[in-house]
Design a protein around this ligand. Structure first.
Ligand code: MIG
Length: 675
C-alpha cells in the first residue's frame, strides 16, 4: 500500500508515473516537525536501512550521513556525502518495515544513525514536496511497489551489454583503429569504443574535430562493419563562440539558463566559458535533444552524457571577487590566518554551490532558481536526448547513460558511477552500489572498470573485470595521463581474454535477467538480506550478491588474495570458471566456506533448483548464439525451470511472448533410485 502526503506546492519532477491520491492526517512511522522540514525515526539495533541509490559505504546505509544533491565529486571517499545522483528512496527493514520516497528536486540530508546510532533524521530545506510511504509484505515487495509507481526502467540495445573500451585521451581516428587492432590481435571480445571530449572541436557539443577525425561518418561505418559501436560523450555546457550554431541558436531561442539579471548564465567548464541549456524548459529541452541529430545522422547509436550536475569549474563573478580578495594581501606580511583564508577562497572557486543561486530556469513561464530544482538538471538533459531518439527512430533502442541523475531518469537511460579510482576498495564500492541503484530504478549501470583516476595495476584490473562481467554496463575507462589499462596492456592476456569471453557466454542469462527485472519492476542485484529474510548472517553479507534468480557472486576484491570466505545461505553449486569453456562444479552445503579463487578464475554459485544457461561465447554480442546453450544446474527436489528472454536486440516490444522460452531440467534422482 502506498500513501502520499503533499506539502506545499512542489515543482513537478515527473518521477512518479502512476498517480496516487494524496492522504490526509499524520505521516505514519515518522515523527515530524510542525513545519514539515524534518523527520525522525528511532532505529533499533536490528534495523537496516537500504536504498539512497548512488552513495558511498555499505549496502546497509546505517552509520553515515548522505546528501541528495547532484555533485561532480571526484573523490569517492568513505566520508563523501553527495555523489552525482540524487536518489530519495529508502527502505527501513527491521522491527517495522516500510519504504519512503521524497519527491523533491532540491537538497535533502539523511542522517542514518550517524549523529546518534539509534536515530535517523531526514532534513529538507523547505516544505514543498510529496512524501510517499510504502507498506508491503517484505522489503522486496515494497521495492516492487515503488518501482511500479515510478515506471519501467530503461532497456538498452543488446550490444550495450558487450565489452566497452574507453579512455580519456583517444585523440584521433587512428587511435580508435589501433584499439580495435589490438583487441583483434589478442582475440579479445569488444563491442564498443567510447569517444571522450577529445573528439570534439574545442570541446563543442555536436561538433567533430575535423583534423583528428577527418571522416567521422566513414569511421562509424568502418567500425560498424567490424561490429564495433562508437559511443561519443556529450557535455552539458555549450561553448560561447560566435558562429558556433548551437550557441547561436540557443541565444536566439532563449534556450539557456539565466542569471539574476536575466542575462544568459555563464560558467566555465572544459570548453572555457559556456551557457547551460535550460532543459527544464520544454521548448529548450526539445531543441537540445534535437541537436543529437548531428551525430545520429553519422550512424551513431549510443551516447554518454557528462558534466550534467551541472558541473561548474568556476564563474567569472566568483573568480573576480576571489582575485580581488587575494590582491588585498599583495606586498603585505601575511598572518597565518590570512594565509589559510587565501587557500580557502581559492579552493572554494571550484564546484561552489552558491553559483547555483545565481542561475535560473524558465519553467512554464515562471523563473525558478536553480538550487531549488538542482537534482532535475542532469536527468532532464538525458531525458531530452532520449525523447529525441524516440522521434528519430521509435522502433529502436539506443544506448544512453548519464553521470547526474535523479529518480525518473531511470526510464530514459542508465548511469555510470563516475570518477572512481584504481583502488581495491573501489571494487567493493562498485559492488555495494549496485543494489541501491537497482532499488531506485537504475538497472543499466556499472563503474569504470580498472578505476578512472590513479594508475591501475594488472592484478587490480583483472579482479575488477571479474566483477564487471556481471554488471550490465561493462566498460573499462580511465583518465587522461593515468597508466593505460586496456586488457591488452598487461602480461596475462589469456586471463583477460577468458574472463571477457565468460561475459559473452553469460549474456543469454544476464540479458534475460535484465529484461525480466525491468518488466517485473524487480532488482537485478539483490543483497542476500532481502532474499533470505529470516537469516541474520545473510543480512550482514555485504560483499556477496544475488544476480538475477539463479546465481550468487562473491568477487575477490583484496590485493594478493587467492580466494575468500563466502557465506552460503542455502545449499548451492559452486562453478569455478576459467573462461567460458573450462569450469569445475562442486556442491556445497549451507554455511561458511573458504573458496580458493585463482587470479584468473571466477566463482559463481548456482542456487538450488535453478539453472544457469551458458552460451558458447563470441567476440561480439551479435555472435552470441542462444541455440547452443549448456544448462548448468544445481539440482533440487523439483524440476528446474528457466525463462530465457531473447529478442533481436533492438526492438522495443519487450513483452512479446515470442521472445521467451522456458528451459527445464529434470529433478535430481533420489539416492537409491535408478538413473
Ligand atoms: O572533468 O570528459 O566523469 O568519465 O573522462 C572531467 C573527461 C570530465 C568526467 C567524466 C569522465 C570523463 C572526463 N569528465
Amino acid at each position: 500500500m502506498i500513501r502520499k502526503y503533499t506539502f506545499g506546492t512542489g515543482i513537478r519532477t515527473d518521477a512518479v508515473t502512476v498517480p496516487i491520491p494524496s492522504s490526509e492526517g499524520p505521516v505514519p512511522y515518522l515523527e515530524g516537525n510542525a513545519d514539515h522540514t524534518q523527520y525522525r525515526y528511532p532505529l533499533s539495533d536490528a534495523d537496516a536501512v537500504y536504498g539512497l541509490g548512488e552513495a558511498v559505504r555499505g549496502i546497509n546505509k546505517r552509520g553515515w550521513r548522505y546528501r541528495s544533491f547532484c555533485r561532480d565529486e571526484a573523490n569517492h571517499l568513505e566520508t563523501t556525502e553527495a555523489m552525482y545522483g540524487a536518489h530519495n528512496f529508502l527502505v527501513v527493514k527491521g522491527e517495522q518495515t516500510f519504504g519512503l520516497f521524497f519527491d523533491y528536486p532540491g537538497s535533502i540530508v539523511y542522517d542514518v544513525g550517524c549523529e546518534k546510532y539509534d536515530r535517523m533524521t531526514i532534513t529538507l530545506p523547505e516544505p514543498d514536496y510529496d512524501l510517499y510511504v510504502i507498506d508491503g509484505a517484505s522489503a522486496r515487495e515494497i521495492i516492487r511497489q515503488f518501482r511500479h509507481m515510478i515506471g519501467r526502467s530503461y532497456i538498452p540495445p543488446r550490444w550495450a551489454f558487450g565489452y566497452g573500451q574507453s579512455r580519456w585521451g583517444y585523440k584521433t581516428a587512428e587511435d580508435i583503429r589501433e584499439v580495435i587492432r589490438m583487441f583483434d590481435q589478442n582475440e579479445m571480445p569488444l563491442d564498443s569504443i567510447y569517444l571522450d571530449i577529445d573528439y570534439m572541436e574545442r570541446y563543442k557539443d555536436f561538433t567533430v574535430d575535423g583534423a583528428a577525425f577527418p571522416d567521422m561518418e566513414g569511421l562509424v561505418k568502418e567500425c560498424g562493419e567490424q561490429g564495433i559501436h562508437l559511443v561519443p560523450i556529450i557535455d552539458a555546457g555549450i561553448r560561447i563562440e560566435k558562429g558556433y550554431p548551437v550557441y547561436e541558436e540557443g541565444v536566439a531561442g532563449g534556450f539557456f539558463c539565466k542569471d539574476a539579471e536575466g542575462k544568459d548564465f555563464i560558467g566555465a567548464v572544459w570548453p572555457g566559458k559556456v551557457h547551460f541549456p535550460d532543459v527544464l524548459n520544454r521548448e529548450a529541452a526539445e531543441w537540445f535533444g534535437s541537436r543529437y541529430a548531428a551525430l545520429l545522422s553519422l550512424g551513431i547509436d549510443g551516447f554518454w552524457n557528462d558534466m550534467n550536475e551541472p558541473s561548474i569549474f568556476y564563474t567569472e563573478k566568483r573568480l573576480e571577487k576571489t582575485l580581488r580578495g587575494i590582491s588585498r594581501y599583495a606586498g603585505r606580511e601575511l598572518s597565518l590566518q590570512e594565509f589559510w583564508d587565501i587557500l580557502g577562497s581559492v579552493s572554494r572557486l571550484g564546484g561552489n554551490e552558491e553559483d547555483y543561486e545565481n542561475m535560473y530556469h524558465n519553467i512554464d513561464g515562471e523563473m525558478v532558481r536553480h538550487d531549488k530544482v538542482h537534482n532535475l538538471y542532469g536527468s532532464y538533459l538525458t531525458r531530452a536526448a532520449a525523447e529525441f531518439f524516440r522521434k528519430w527512430d521509435p522502433d529502436r533502442r539506443f544506448l544512453l547513460f548519464s553521470r547526474a541523475s535523479c529518480i525518473g531518469m531511470h526510464r530514459y537511460g542508465g548511469v555510470w558511477m563516475g570518477d572512481n579510482k584504481s583502488w581495491w576498495s573501489h571494487i567493493l564500492l562498485n559492488l555495494q552500489m549496485l543494489p541501491s541503484l537497482n532499488m531506485c530504478g537504475f538497472l543499466f549501470t556499472g563503474a569504470d572498470i580498472g578505476g578512472y583516476g590513479e594508475d591501475a595495476t594488472e592484478d587490480l584490473v583483472l579482479r575488477w573485470m571479474e566483477l564487471g562481467i556481471f554488471t550490465p554496463l561493462m566498460r573499462n575507462h580511465s583518465a587522461l595521463d593515468t597508466r593505460r589499462q586496456e586488457p591488452y596492456q598487461f602480461g596475462r592476456k589469456d586471463a583477460f581474454r577468458r574472463i571477457t569471453e565468460l561475459r559473452y557466454a553469460l549474456l543469454p542469462y544476464l540479458y534475460s535477467e535484465y529484461v525480466k527485472a525491468a518488466v517485473n519492476d524487480d532488482m537485478l542485484f539483490v543483497p542476500l538480506g532481502l532474499e533470505y529474510e529470516g537469516d541474520p548472517r545473510a543480512a550482514q553479507a555485504e560483499d556477496q550478491m544475488l544476480v538475477g534468480e539463479s546465481i550468487m557472486i562473491a568477487p575477490v576484491y583484496r590485493q594478493n588474495a587467492q580466494g575468500r570466505y563466502v557465506y552460503l545461505p542455502e545449499r548451492m553449486k559452486l562453478v569455478l570458471f576459467r573462461g567460458a569453456s573450462e569450469y569445475k562444479e562442486t556442491m556445497l552445503e549451507k554455511g561458511d566456506h573458504y573458496i580458493p579463487i585463482a587470479p584468473d578464475e571466477v566463482a559463481v554459485f548456482i542456487r538450488q533448483g535453478h539453472i544457469l544457461p551458458l552460451a558458447p561465447g563470441g567476440r561480439r554480442v551479435s555472435e552470441v548464439d542462444c541455440r547452443a546453450l549448456t544448462l548448468l544446474v544445481c539440482e533440487g527436489s523439483e524440476d528446474a525451470r528457466y525463462t530465457l528472454y531473447w529478442d533481436d536486440g533492438y526492438e522495443t516490444d519487450v513483452e512479446n511472448p515470442d521472445h521467451s522460452t522456458v528451459l527445464s531440467v529434470r529433478a535430481e534422482q533420489q539416492p537409491g533410485q535408478e538413473r
